[in-house]
Design a protein around this ligand. Structure first.
Ligand code: SAH
Ligand code: SF4
Ligand code: F3S
Length: 435
């Protein structure tokens, strides 16, 4: 039987794409290669959010050549989020470059490849995205399921590659999402991730009055014991309807990823983020007040063109005040073809960016630990994700998405257990199983 291997570089959405790629390959008759085996098909699922991830893929060119001498049948494929400029350059390295929206056509592409042809698919067919949603994923694990509810993004934040790699936002109909969610729960899923670049902006394409909150409400009504998580959120979508729902939700998580990017309005404007710091803070305060045991993470970009030391200080001070449990801090990376790359020079030096990154990262350790410490003494429900057989320990997450570790002689992966928290570290809490 022919084998495949997929290398995933990006976010939850990218991981979800990999599960769908695996789904297509398995229905076409391929099976996952075992660990060190050289596969017949090697798929690179790219992320273009930063240049470094793309550079890492270019760095694989030699390895690919070497592997091909060992398995002459090997075909290499690149898909995922690739900018048009890189798509051209990748032609020289890969046998197949295709747009992830065309995933349903992969079996056809593979037949061409077998006949020794190289194919580059520049543009996807118009309605392919709809069929993309219909592909059955091969889940990474049975207890956690990823459901893309929208695809692409049309917000055009000035620094961001996504509108150019995935195209404008397309929302998936509610009935399809709910059908998939029910099927996952019936099959034993204990955690469902609803995914989209601005997931909270989702609206049913067949009924614009049916919004994200309505969808969450409907998912929560599916019978069974499971949690619902979602990513990434857009701050201005958090109206009273959504916040009040989250305040009383049972299955929907009380954790939200709420990217801020910068705390300076001038920078936010140059980023085309469409909100002010004041608007962000107002929403966040409401969430903290109303949602029990609320926890949040944020995304920050340091060294955006023209960001002064004073403006960075401002972001630092606001960060200190809002105290996120987690933060994804990125050094600005100009993406070819975006507005920021065209309009502004990447003026902040790598060492300045690094120094700002290090300062925020250090601060994060403090704010994270403070958040973790709030759980000590409580007994919390935990979903177990991993079992370390040598250490006899389980790793998992709480409903508000805090990482937890506790001793267990038994492998409890995929189960809900109750754990009493005894200790807090920077990014993790420790406990013992209750009763
Ligand atoms: N849709 C989400 C984020 C998508 S990209 C949102 O709107 O917030 C994930 C994160 O990568 C972003 O939040 C941002 O912090 C970072 N990022 C995106 N483009 C970047 C760039 N050009 N340079 C550095 N970081 C970037
Ligand atoms: Fe990119 Fe902005 Fe869309 Fe997020 S909202 S994916 S940062 S364009
Ligand atoms: Fe995700 Fe990277 Fe694409 S963050 S959406 S894989 S550009």
């Amino acid at each position: 039987m022919k084998t495949y291997k997929i290398i995933t570089y990006g976010c939850q959405m990218n991981k979800s794409d990999s599960e769908r790629i695996a789904g297509v390959l398995e229905t076409t008759g391929y099976k996952k290669a075992i660990d060190r085996q050289i596969p017949d098909i090697l798929v690179f699922n790219a992320c273009s959010v930063r240049q470094s991830a793309i550079d890492r893929i270019y760095g694989q060119a030699n390895l690919i050549r070497k592997l091909k001498t060992k398995n002459y049948k090997l075909k290499t494929i690149i898909t995922g989020c690739v900018l048009p400029k890189d798509r051209q350059k990748f032609k020289k390295i890969f046998d197949l470059v295709f747009n992830i929206k065309d995933l349903k056509r992969l079996p056809v592409f593979l037949r061409y490849l077998e006949r020794g042809k190289q194919i580059i698919v520049e543009n996807s067919l118009k309605n392919e995205n709809i069929s993309y949603f219909k592909i059955r994923p091969r889940q990474e694990n049975r207890f956690s399921a990823r459901i893309p509810i929208s695809f692409g993004c049309g917000r055009f934040c000035s620094y961001c590659a996504v509108p150019y790699t995935r195209g404008l936002e397309i929302n998936r109909p509610a009935k399809d999402i709910l059908k998939e969610a029910k099927a996952f729960v019936t099959a034993g899923a204990k955690e469902i991730w609803l995914l989209g670049q601005t997931v909270s902006s989702w609206k049913d394409p067949q009924n614009k009055n049916y919004e994200f909150t309505d969808l969450l409400q409907a998912v929560e009504k599916i019978p069974g014991e499971f949690w619902v998580r979602f990513e990434s959120s857009y701050v201005l979508d958090f109206d009273d309807k959504l916040i009040n729902f989250l305040a009383k939700a049972k299955k929907v998580s009380n954790y939200v990823n709420l990217p801020l990017q910068s705390a300076t309005n001038r920078v936010l404007k140059a980023m085309n983020r469409r909100y002010t710091l004041e608007q962000y803070l107002k929403v966040l305060e409401k969430m903290k007040e109303r949602i029990p045991d609320f926890s949040f993470s944020t995304d920050i970009i340091v060294g955006f063109p023209g960001e002064t030391e004073k403006q960075f200080r401002n972001t630092y001070n606001i960060f200190k005040r809002i105290k996120p449990t987690m933060a994804y801090i990125a050094k600005y990376s100009p993406r070819p073809g975006t507005m920021a790359e065209k309009l502004f020079k990447d003026r902040i030096s790598p060492s300045q960016k690094q120094s700002r990154f290090t300062k925020l990262d250090k601060l994060l350790k403090q704010t994270a630990k403070e958040n973790m410490a709030r759980e000590v003494g409580k007994t919390l429900k935990v979903l177990v994700e991993e079992w370390l057989s040598t250490k006899k320990e389980c790793l998992g997450k709480t409903r508000n998405f805090k990482a937890i570790r506790f001793p267990s002689a038994e492998n409890l992966v995929g189960r809900f257990v109750r754990v009493t928290i005894v200790k807090a570290r920077e990014f993790e809490i420790e406990g013992v199983m209750a009763n």
